[in-house]
Design a protein around this ligand. Structure first.
Ligand code: NAD
Length: 366
């Protein structure tokens, strides 16, 4: 097949030279000139391993499989030849109208965010790769904004107590944030509605904060589900109490296909210590803090609130490397010796396919 890569919408690139080198065994690779530059992968690194550097138009005309991180533009989709394949992340759970929009094109589309989160999917799971980086980076962002130390220090000029960090949502991003905050020497507490994560939180050296009576749906594919009003009120009260003592709060709580739950109200922020920092990784889903502004950093009564759902893009070199490796592993089940083999018996192919030859293949989650 001819695989095409365009310049993406942020500094990452969908395929890196190491992965391109492996793919050239069975595929021809066309890369838009400068596509990897912001991630520090120069055009020459791609040509060295056998790729062809070309204009975006040439890539779209040649490619019969386009790989992107962010969804390609409608203009790009129109330029692709009939029966081409597109791999990206279209967020159909949050943006269901995308299914009809994409059905206008005679294409087959895979949306990596739809991949079932099973053990077999782990090496293809772009959500996990990116969430883990975002969790790490969230702590670094918080440390940069924080007007104080993270670790406990005993100096000749006096003692510094460790920073108190509260992590809301202990999924992939939250667990990496716990590990990073611990490495920097903070005292960490974490909260999640899924009791299954308690042991993971504790094994990383953080305290697990629990509100009794959470709804945990075994059929939700491991994802969290919406909680009752009564639970939400008790949860907000406990978070308000913990927030007043925290120096840093990192929020990562997402609900698939729904607005992110508000865990930190305006009043809770008003009771936080001046100088404290909130990093809201759920910003694109509406935010876990009522005051979050997506893609913006604001100050509210001395509290810095960072709203950013793709902090991984600030580390484009490794984010591209991991994304590319996930795509390489996905291509191993999507192609055989260079030929496309769409096998819907494979639950990963079936789950990730959004459009098959112009027809919706989207299964609305329960
Ligand atoms: P996510 O990004 O959907 O959510 C982040 C965390 O927020 C989750 O832990 C969730 O429980 C929590 N959360 C949601 N609402 C909350 C609330 N009101 N209060 C507090 N916390 C709340 O989660 P994720 O990191 O993408 O992981 C989703 C699931 O997929 C998990 O069960 C995870 O273990 C599983 N998973 C499986 C694989 C795999 O095997 N391939 C890989 C990664 C994740």
């Amino acid at each position: 097949m001819i695989l095409g890569v365009l310049k993406d919408d942020d500094d990452r690139v969908a395929l890196t030279p190491d992965v391109v080198q492996k793919l050239t065994e069975f595929h021809e690779i066309w890369i838009e000139s400068g596509a990897g530059a912001s991630a520090f992968y120069a055009d020459s690194l791609y040509t060295d391993v056998g790729a062809t550097i070309a204009s975006a138009e040439e890539v779209l005309t040649k490619a019969n499989l386009l790989v992107r991180i962010k969804p390609p533009s409608t203009g790009a989709l129109q330029q692709l030849g009939a029966s081409s394949v597109v791999i990206s992340s279209f967020q159909p759970f949050n943006n269901p109208e995308i299914v009809e929009q994409l059905s206008q094109y005679p294409l087959t589309v895979f949306s990596m965010d739809m991949l079932p989160r099973t053990t077999l999917a782990q090496d293809k799971d772009v959500l996990s790769s990116m969430a883990s980086m975002a969790g790490y980076r969230a702590v670094l962002e918080a440390a940069t904004h924080l007007p104080r130390y993270f670790p406990m220090l005993t100096t000749a000029a006096g003692s510094i107590p460790p920073a108190k960090v509260l992590i809301l949502g202990a999924g992939v991003a939250g667990l990496q944030a716990i590990a990073t905050a611990k490495r920097l020497g903070a005292v960490v507490e974490a909260f999640d509605t899924r009791p299954a994560v308690r042991e993971e939180v504790q094994s990383l050296g953080a305290k697990f904060v629990e509100v009794e009576g959470a709804t945990d749906d075994k059929d939700a594919g491991g994802y969290a589900v919406e909680q009752t009003e009564e639970y939400k009120q008790r949860q907000q009260a406990l978070i308000a109490e913990k927030s007043a003592k925290a120096d840093v709060i990192i929020t990562t709580a997402l609900l698939r296909g729904k607005r992110s739950p508000i865990l930190i109200t305006k009043e809770t922020v008003e009771n936080m210590k001046p100088g404290s920092v909130i990093v809201d990784l759920a910003a694109s889903g509406g935010g876990n803090c009522a005051l979050t502004k997506d893609n913006d950093t604001i100050q509210y009564q001395g509290v810095t609130i960072v709203g950013d759902s793709s902090l991984e893009a600030k580390m484009p070199m490794h984010a591209s490397q991991l994304y590319a490796k996930n795509i390489f592993n996905f291509l191993k089940i999507l192609t055989k010796e260079g030929e496309l083999t769409i096998d819907f018996e494979n639950p990963l192919i079936d789950g990730a396919c959004l459009i098959h030859e112009g027809q919706s293949h989207f299964k609305v989650p329960q």
